[in-house]
Write a protein of this length. Sequence first.
Length: 87
Amino acid sequence: MAAHLHIGTSGWHYKHWKENFYPADLPTAQYLKWYVRHFKTVEINNCFYRLPAESAVIGWREQSPQDFCFAIKGSRFITHLKRLLEP
């Protein structure tokens, strides 16, 4: 069985990446579209704190290719508060 390695970053919305990774004139609303041209995966880190709005998730899906991998960070409610001790 072949292994699949996904390389990406934790998020894509970093203003300090402008001019280093993102073109200087690229609007922030277009960051994900640019990002998916260079990486095949990204971690959705804010899920640790709260669930994203459905409209946000739909937007991510619409801006990414079908084979793009979104790695969802587990909710802190499960990983740090409940610690899977209670149902």
